[in-house]
Ligand binder design. Structure first.
Ligand code: FAD
Length: 495
């Protein structure tokens, strides 16, 4: 199924764009031969591929400005790209468009232990910020499992989260200022070095805008002190419903753990032989609950969490006795996605959010869907935030399995909306969840999104056709959902 996608642009147009770009940036920054552009044909959503016409790798902000002006003048579409780890196809190229990769734009410009901030270029890897801050006893809190590879530019565009976001917030809560270049080549600063900035909060609008409003060229992030102590509890449950309820009980007890993650049996069995994290592979679900703070705070909180977990029906509880053991417990969770490759040729990672109290109900719903679509699903999630990551396992070489996986994924997202949740927690909409946006938002709401997009990019040149579905697309999607003579989404517009 993954046969190479063939180029689909006019050679004369490619020559015109390449010549124009090479007039404004060094020749080595512009890639147009197929062997050079092929690595950019997809992001982490590898089921969807498109060979780009041109890839350009700017090395400074002035070059980004020149690239944007050139592409704007030629009316060529642009797809911004960081490290390409995105899971919703946000960086999927456009056939006759230009990919602007900020991966080489990767210097840490300033590390200020007094203001506890760092100023970094967009291509800096998430983990590199914490590594550079470590000598000052500081770190950057949002920690996607991909943090070894993903870039801060991509994190800003996706409003990325991670294990520690329950207590410390998402990217939007940890970024003070962004410099970006608009499609017309104007440099704009959003936010400020302080906690607030005058005027409308366009920084919050920009964070999570999936490369549709501008190209990030500089980010000021907040750093937080490394806690004195941290310990993690691993609690086993003989029933996923009890595990789901335990999550709600921990939060209801007034505790905000530094991390609160859940894995079902399929997930822990998938990951344990790979990383040997010491997981209870006979448990139907395991919870990882972390506490951080001073030694005394951690001891007290671990005690309270243990009581709640026992009262919620935990069958076994283990608590990390050393930093090495704490990291070992987390290593399994952090490697859950790659471990899926051990038991299935392909997997489709979903990302939806639900109210915590609905965890058990949604898990049971997913189990029913496994039977309906004849596919297995491993459930790994940021349980404390109610952010699910069902990994639907399939084999793309078996006819129809990918299609069934897509339908399975869409139904999970619809269930998330039905129980009062959302179709994305942290991976963005991209192309993957664009149809599900029709379920989440009304035509008027989607038109408001388009108005915002037009304010930044009137000609729709910047990452168009991502994240916001047109009326036409939603009408088509609505039609696909006529079941047993009933239109499932009667509010959707029809032709
Ligand atoms: C194994 C694995 C685990 C993951 N775990 C998590 C997780 O725990 N939490 C989480 O939130 N995500 C996770 N992700 C998803 C992904 O890593 C994040 O979405 C990440 O922020 C993407 O960063 P990137 O640099 O790879 O961006 P890309 O994939 O290159 O791009 C992502 C989006 O950002 C835009 N973009 C990139 N750079 C810029 C820029 N300079 N200016 C403007 N727009 C830009 C692109 O157009 C695209 O829309 C995971 C992915 C993998 C493969």
């Amino acid at each position: 199924m993954n046969a190479p996608v063939q180029p689909s642009f006019a050679p004369a147009r490619q020559r015109e764009v390449v010549d124009a770009l090479r007039r404004v940036v060094p020749a080595h920054c512009v890639l147009c031969d197929e062997e050079d552009t092929r690595p950019y044909e997809c992001d982490g959503l590898a089921a969807y591929r498109q060979l780009p016409m041109v890839v350009v790798l700017p090395e400074n902000e002035a070059q980004v400005v020149a690239i944007m002006k050139t592409c704007h003048a030629l009316q060529v579409q642009i797809v911004p790209r960081g490290a390409g780890t995105g899971l919703s196809g946000g960086a999927t190229p456009i056939a006759d468009g230009v990919v602007v990769s900020t991966a080489k734009f990767n210097q840490i410009l300033q590390m200020d232990k007094y203001s506890r901030t760092a100023v970094v270029q967009p291509g800096v890897r998430n983990l590199a910020i914490s590594e550079a801050a470590a000598p000052h006893g500081l770190y950057y809190a949002p920690d996607p499992s991909s943090q070894i590879a993903c870039s801060i530019g991509g994190n800003v565009a996706e409003n990325s989260g991670g294990v520690h976001c329950l207590k410390y917030g998402l990217t939007v809560h940890n970024v003070l200022r962004v410099r970006m270049v608009t499609i017309e080549g104007e440099v704009v600063e959003l936010g400020s070095g302080a906690l607030d900035a005058p005027g409308l909060d366009l920084l919050a609008v920009f964070i999570g805008s999936e490369g549709m409003l501008g190209v990030v060229t500089e980010v000021t992030v907040k750093l937080v002190p490394k806690p004195q102590a941290a310990r993690v509890i691993m609690a086993s449950f003989d029933d996923v419903v009890k595990g789901g309820n335990a999550v709600a009980n921990v939060i209801a007890a007034g505790i905000i753990p530094a991390g609160l993650e859940m894995m079902d049996k399929t997930s822990s069995r998938m990951v344990e032989p790979f990383v040997k994290a010491g997981y209870d592979i006979d448990a139907e679900a395991i919870l990882l609950c972390e506490s951080d703070g001073t030694v005394e705070e951690v001891e007290e909180e671990i005690g309270r969490m243990t009581d709640v977990l026992n009262a919620s029906g935990a069958t076994a509880i283990a608590c990390s006795q050393s930093e090495a053991e704490r990291l070992r417990f987390w290593s399994g969770r952090k490697n859950a996605f790659p471990a899926a490759g051990r038991i299935s040729p392909d997997y489709y990672c979903m990302d939806g959010t639900i109210p915590r109290k609905k965890l058990a109900q949604v898990l049971l719903g997913i189990a029913e869907m496994e039977k309906k679509y004849g596919l297995r699903c491993a459930n790994v999630f940021h349980a404390g935030d109610g952010n699910l990551h069902p990994l639907i396992l399939f084999d793309a070489n078996i006819a129809d399995e990918f299609h069934r996986a897509e339908l399975f994924g869409a139904e999970i997202l619809e269930l998330c909306v039905e129980v009062g949740g959302t179709i994305t927690g942290e991976h963005g909409v991209g192309i993957e969840k664009i149809n599900s946006m029709c379920v989440q938002f009304s035509p008027a709401e989607r038109e408001t999104f388009f108005k915002l997009k037009r304010a930044f990019d009137p000609a729709f040149l910047l990452n168009p056709d991502k994240a916001i579905p047109t009326l036409h697309r939603c009408a088509e999607y609505g039609k696909m959902h006529v079941q047993r003579g009933q239109l499932r989404f009667p509010d959707l517009p029809r032709f």
